[in-house]
Design a protein around this ligand. Structure first.
Ligand code: GDP
Ligand code: K
Ligand code: MG
Length: 273
């Protein structure tokens, strides 16, 4: 069985460094369809039945930049067997913002927690066991540049790929936002299924007013009317707009998560959002 893994993460998180460590010289460089963004694909060393694609660096799964669109399309349409989500541990809160969105795609996922050499050097630490427990997905500490943790990472990736275990713990969604996502999920369940969109991802995107999702799911005018109503109710209760409501929810969750899993040497815990 041949596996395809997608390497996703923020810009400068070490994606290309890790990609090179995983593939060595077995690389192929092309372009993603229709755009000039470079697509690097490679066979994984000592795993001849597995390849990895280096996706463009992104901060969010919104459809505003070409990089975001390319990444979304690849993840939604190419059905990779697993996402390797590389997270810069020195900038963990910001990087986990993408992680929470990737988890909604219902694709098996492993976090490669990179730059751990820098975390150590500054006297900080991350409790990867706690982090992994909270998120419900494996977290492997690595330093791509120093070649540390790479074989452990590959072991976890192969195990997760064979098990096909999808991220299940999506309890980071709460209160009014949860209510909105929940009602919209029910409304568009069938369309999401038939367009190959993970329901949770589709519902979240519809709360955001995401145009490509509205198109892909063929959302009708009457459904749009209901969705707008649900979203307006949410905005009124929270006294904020749809995008801010989702961002706040994600950052609140990340803040709590990091308070429990990340130890910062020179700062007090109050400075961790
Ligand atoms: P990309 O934008 O995600 O592809 O990131 P790159 O692989 O280009 O890495 C960005 C920068 O971080 C480069 O200068 C790398 O050498 C550096 N880098 C990558 N991994 C590590 C690491 O584990 N530790 C340290 N200290 N630097 C790293
Ligand atoms: K760096
Ligand atoms: Mg790169």
């Amino acid at each position: 069985m041949a596996f395809v893994f997608a390497l996703a993460g923020n810009q400068n998180s070490g994606k290309t460094t890790l990609f090179n460590k995983l593939t060595g010289s077995n690389q192929h460089v092309g372009n993603f369809p229709g755009v000039t963004i470079e697509k690097k694909e490679g066979q994984i060393k000592r795993q001849k039945d597995a390849s990895v694609v280096d996706l463009p660096g992104i901060y969010s799964l919104s459809p505003y930049t070409m990089e975001e669109v390319v990444t979304r399309d690849f993840l939604l349409k190419e059905n990779p067997d697993l996402i390797i989500n590389i997270v810069d541990a020195t900038n963990i809160e910001r990087n986990l913002y993408l992680t929470l969105q990737l988890m909604e795609l219902s694709i098996p996922m492993v976090i490669a927690l990179n730059m751990m050499d820098e975390v150590r050097a500054s006297g900080n630490s991350v409790d990867v066991i706690k982090l992994s427990k909270h998120l419900g997905i494996p977290v492997v500490p690595i330093s791509a540049a120093k070649n540390e943790g790479i074989s452990e990472l590959m072991d976890v990736i192969m195990k997760s790929a064979f098990e096909k275990k999808k991220p299940s713990k999506l309890d980071f969604c709460s209160g009014e936002v949860h209510k909105a996502i929940h009602s919209i999920s029910h409304l568009i369940e069938d369309q999401a299924m038939s367009s190959g969109y993970p329901i949770r991802f589709a519902a979240t995107k519809l709360v955001e007013g995401d145009e490509p999702t509205i198109k892909a799911l063929n959302v009708s005018d009457s459904q749009m009317h209901i969705i707008n109503h649900v979203v307006e109710d949410m905005e009124k209760s929270l006294d904020t707009d749809r995008e801010a409501a989702l961002a706040d929810m994600r950052y609140n969750y990340i803040g709590k998560l990091c308070l429990d899993s990340v130890v910062k040497h020179q700062e007090t815990n109050e400075q961790i959002r």
